[in-house]
Design a protein around this ligand. Sequence first.
Ligand code: 5RP
Length: 290
Amino acid sequence: MADLDDLREGADFSKEPVRNQTFHIKGSDNLDWGMKDRLSRIFRPSTGKTVMLAFDHGFIMGPTSGLERIDLSITPLIKYADCLMGARGMIRSSIPADSNKAICLRSDAGTSILTELNYNVLIDIQDAIRLNASAIAIMASVGDAATEAITMANICRAVDAGQKAGIPVMGVTAVGKDMARDARYFSLASRMCAENGANIVKTYYCDGFEKVTSSCPVPIVIAGGKKLPELDALELCYKAINDGASGVDMGRNVFQSEAPAAMIQAVSAVVHENLTSSVAFEMFNDLKAK
Ligand code: 5RP
């Protein structure tokens, strides 16, 4: 048990690359072949990065703007994404099975935005296997007294099941209403996911983000959060990648954009080609005009 009166905040994270690393995905050298194969479908071997397109929002908020008809709004974007993140009902009903893209399957479910979030249960790993998922995504609500233990237990059970099936787990850090969205909080939440076996962590960008990425031994992808003007969203991606993120798992800033196909291509250019936000914004405008 830690001495709670002597919690010393870490400060020495170093800019040195991770040691003993030959595989293109951080922290994955010692994984089994099947895990590496699935992670390589998500993170491009040529860049080590990923553009995941998130459209799982309806599992807690119903048909939000941009996701009224996933068959119409998301299907045209599939070819620009490296990985599709959605809930099983929408994957089965609305995503063509011949898309041949990595699937990150939302694999916990529970309460809606109308009640208290995060009292989630796990979906059977067998369904992830049936859907040929390349990863499963599980929420962790660190710092929320009511649901922290339930959601961390979900991460642990998902990792146990994922290890047996060779399916990586992505820990998704949910931010409680009272939590400060700062590097200290996101480092704690991300590190807890990784320490408990998550192979990828999805979190939010914040000031001092380098601390979050450097103290997490596995790849971090950022959520986009609420819809921003396109230039701001591209700047968010640029800063996150340059502060050590391995990609994005972005939803609203793509599918709620005035030109979603142009936006996801511009995001991909930032992630994979390290375009600056201003150059990527020009690209967005050129593609939008076509
Ligand atoms: C919600 C999620 C969403 O997929 C995530 O927030 C990404 O979407 P956005 O970029 O719209 O924030 O995991 O739990």
